[in-house]
Design a protein around this ligand. Sequence first.
Ligand code: B3K
Ligand code: ZN
Length: 869
Amino acid sequence: MNIAANPVVEADQTVYLKDYEKPSFAVDSINLDIQVYTDHTNVNATLVMKRQTAGDLVLLGRDLELKSITLNGKPLTANDYSLDAEQLMIANAPDEVILETEVIIHPESNTQLEGLYQAGSDLFVTQNEPEGFRKITFYPDRPDVLSVFTTRVEADKKFPVLLANGNLMEAGETGEGRHYTIWEDPTKKPAYLFACVVGDLAVLKDSYVTSEGRNVALEIYAVEKDIPKCHIAMEALKHSMRWDEEHYGRPYDLDNYMIVATSAFNMGAMENKGLNIFNTSCVLADEEFTTDAAIMRVQSVIAHEYFHNWTGNRITCRDWFQLCLKEGLTVFRDQSFSEDLQSAAVQRIDDVAVLKAHQFPEDSGPLSHPPRPDHFVEINNFYTATVYEKGAEINRMMSTLLGKEKFRQGTDEYFRRHDGQAVTVEDWVAALTAGSGVDLSAFLIWYNQPGTPKLEAQGEYNAAAQTYTLSFKQSLKAHAKYPNLKAVPIPVALALFNAETGEQYALNSSALFENGVKDGVYLFDQDTATIEFTGVTAKPVVSLLRNFSAPVNLEFNYSDEELAFLVQYETNGFNQWQATQTLLERILLNGHDAEVYIQAIKNTIPDLVEKDPLLASRLFDVPSEGYLGSRIDADYKPVEIQEKRNALLNTLARELGEFCKATYLALDPDLQKEFSQAMGVRALKNIMLTMLARQGDSEAFDLAHVQYLNTGNMSERLGALKVLVWNDAPQAKDTLADFYNRFKDEALSLDQWFMLQAAHPKATVESIQYLISHPDYDLGTPNRIRSVSGGLNANPVNTWGFAVQHYIDLAKYLDEKNPILGSRLLQVLSRWYTLAEPQRSDVKTALEALKSQVKSKNVAETLNSMLSV
Ligand code: B3K
Ligand code: ZN
């Protein structure tokens, strides 16, 4: 349907959860034959189907050229079915159907990176989640249709690698320089997990023996020169396989596990059964080319996709409204895995920082939706921070409340009940409840309503009675599309500290907790409640939401001194960090004095540098301009925020200058044995160097230049380059050129080169124009587009009008070429309505002008939502 003339998404395009119906036919098996040629691909499919309910036989198909169709051996003519741009429908089909179709598709011109597409001159890959399979063949392409797939892949021998899901059954030649393979996947799966790959790739091989004794061949495919960068991913894969056995009792179930790396990919990676396809950015990792943060991300994405094998693949979603069932649970699992790889406190800090920087703003603006929405136009628009990150938080809350043992009993019950099924969020919560013996049904409210709850708390100490009273109140902003908002269950992990001694009250060993607080967690599930602690011998400082035990906005009237106390004495690293962030936000947004924070840092860091250097580095985090902007709901003036932030950074650099220099010179990452400790030391050193450069220490640029030249580690090299470039040091230009020359053939490292310049705090229209007209800038590679648009977004002031137009132009260009990406990038502007005038009206006018120029459901739905404030 062409909606260009009126991009208001029409009512009949909205899909509602309440309209869910079982599919009329099940597919017992599908046989696919995919023959790839340079200018087209033939796809022949045989579907063995059985009726389940009354109704027409509906096969979804998009951009397919139908050559022939037969039903139970009888060729059909156009009169026997109805066909439109989205589906093929056969009325009065018999109860048992063998349907054979022949279609032609064009992966060589598919720029949308969905379905089967050419990903460079030597590679064809698939991306079928959520609805890409319908671009390969006619099929009931919905997650509740599970089938056994057999796949034949045929191509020219210049593509030696021919892969599909499952076990390799046969391989051979067909003549005329072509060859084929046949694969059988024994486990029933929905079509979104189908994958095939045709290409010229090298492979890194390893193996793994599961707890059940199954020997699994592990293979990572990438271009030859990248194979040495696949070892970290391979280790992470084996580690994930062991971790899932140990923590969830889940062994792997096939004889092979393959991963294929491509740079032509819209997101991080895809969990296709036994044949993951990965963005190169989430699989290639090597100290020389990759930053520590990127290495951590590779490990977590490898784990994430692997964990999907049980949470997503073996047990999948009944419909796409349930997306957070598999994503929320799998993110929670990968976050827990990563907590074992590095400082657990820092992992939690980083996960919450992402939640607060992306999900909280999303949930307070026009794109707000529940983790399980009840309607959508384009499901691709719902792979959001809310579905993933807030979804993970809901699982974390339930796990916090249950404790390790009971949570495991709950997940065991989930796997026991639902293996091989396509289920709902209700099924998940019911299984957790049954397995653990604890009624968790109230947590369903979290899945069904939007918005970040506000949690207001107040504390009162009565010295004479030695009691401390805490009262709580929760509230949620009204939402036009989701009325009837209810109170949610909020696990509040808390601790009381003796303000005089800094010691923690032993809450669990005394009669202190008699008010429903168990193992340091109080479950607050009413609109208001009050609890009282007895035997509190001296004035306490309370630490609330330890480890961020619930995704809420906490309001508690701490004094700055109490926050400084928590920075110094709280034993939960996350809450130490949270206290620094609250202090810094007060300095930046409410004009508080910086001295209390500075003193707390001076008191805390020296000990921490030894114990947990990475955590020490995080305590220097100054909230980003974007994050601060997201905390302002109206009349936001980016220039003012930037000025305040710069002033604070200058104060910190001045007051901590000597300390920073001494720390910089004393630290040596090479003395650390563990990667995680070395990573912490590198992070801290880079921050110290940044501070030194800011306070104008004449030696800082020399130190940075030496660090740049003398290292083989990307975090050190990039950290030093950033200091030189962002401060316009005399060495900046040559060093940038040097970086380019060293890494011009390394796409991911070159992305960093683009990003660093785009995020330059004093970037100009000219400097950005230089980047987007650079010969290495490429609108066909999402990673490269993001490196510039992401950098630009970090730095919203100097290039304001130009940057807005850049996002609008990208959305317009990608609307046709790659609407999934276009819609995603446009969301950068979703908080336009909070801006002060005249920017507010400028962006609004630009967005409105875009409306009449876009065709895709993806961009149109996003645009309509963004403008509906
Ligand atoms: N399940 C995929 C995401 C697919 C996105 C489609 N637009 C990756 C993941 O979450 O593991
Ligand atoms: Zn996922």
